[in-house]
Design a protein around this ligand. Sequence first.
Ligand code: THU
Length: 358
Amino acid sequence: MIKAILFDMDGVLIDSEEYISEAAIAYFASIGVTVKAEDFIPFVGAGEDRYIGGVAEKYGIKLDIEQAKLDTYDIYEQLIMGKESALVGVVRFLTNAHEAGMLMAVATSADRRKMEINLEVMGLDPKWFKVLVNGKDLERKKPFPDIYIKAANDMGVENGECIVFEDATNGVQAAKAAGSLCGGITTSFSEEQLRAVGADFIIGGLDDFEDFSSISEFNRLLLRFKAREIASQVRLNAYTPYSHFQVGAAVVSASTGSVYRGCNVENSSYGATICAERGAMMEAVASEGDFRIDMVVVVSDDDPPAPPCALCLQVMAEFAKSDTEVFLYDTEGKGRQFRFDELLPHPFIFPTQRHRHS
Ligand code: THU
């Protein structure tokens, strides 16, 4: 069960890059040095010391870096205050999480001052966050896991009970090395880059979350994202030389919470083709024996995304309940949701097996 959410800040909660670069340029101008926006690019994400310090070095200037940062943050505050800079859906997501009773922390490599300005700009009450960890609190920066280990520790939870939201590959590595679940957000890096360093699922932003009002509802949304990720990945292995129509399925076991996967496998003798959904259910039985389905997620490149065929539904009837949730997604993540009995209202169930469904 995930009880706590750890947020990276820039690129996850707020888009502040444009303002901090404008503030830093204005700071250098105030000490009589003209610098360009491009000068900062090599130092983005490297912590504020390098952001200002790296550019000062380039121009051969010696700075009191602590004072330079404070002056830059003053300018930054003036520039960003009153701007709609929270990323779409962030305030809604945080309100849901707060009201659901999730523990929350911000764990950022940025300085405390910038973190405080950002929370204020977004209109977020710092008290919603049980813990605020910033770059100054730790020697070893991301991709080392230290910041996420400290955040979990300070909150009194295990890293395995936390989900981390990150937009940077260094941050995903830090989260995974700490032993947390990690949702990758594609603000700054591509889906493939975030996946390659171990993100458990990928979303465009926190706005991809539907509303939730309890910790268990939030965990269910996470489970769905994980199952969708597994189904989309296994879909790429589908053997489809005839139809070229690839399908990936993930079946979540109600008994163990394990996620089983399947892809369609076609055959020269067309009728010997096996669908993704049945493949996933066969894997579940092979691993667990008789089992119960908690959730099914199917991914296909179709509009609207394809439902399981009638053969697969008939097999599903053996292991599902009438209200089992079936989620169908296209490859872009657009989805629709059904109860099992909407898809197959009248399954054939052998008389001796009917008790399983009552
Ligand atoms: N297919 C599935 O994998 N699942 C379904 O429920 C519908 C159809 C596959 C089978 C075949 O490889 C291809 O889609 C075209 O029929």
